[in-house]
Write a new protein. Sequence first.
Length: 130
Amino acid sequence: MTQRGWLRFCAYVCVGATGTGVQYVVLFALVSTKMLGAVAASGIGAVFGAIVNYVLNYHLTFKSTGRHAHVAPRFFAVAAAGLAVNSVCMFALVNYLHLPYLLAQCAATVCVLATTYVANSIWAFKTHTA
């Protein structure tokens, strides 16, 4: 990876930490108040985190000049795939390995980070050249 690529990845991680923070706050709030189980709460938190991540990645990480009508559907398609990865990881880690939900969420976050960075870099925020 080039120096520019590393810098962009670091920016992606920092931006992602913000969205992940939002996800974890929602997760903790919903589980601790017994409104939802860990897997469902994590999914709802991920949706809120994805909205934050879209705005910050569009402007900061990828400095996109693409129209939102073009970029947003791609980003949210990647986010939906990330949500699927997150949900499968959470379900398996909480229900089969019986990990505490916050530890399970940390492991799921690493899996999602790896997959969504690649997809967002090469597809969602790729500038269209005519």
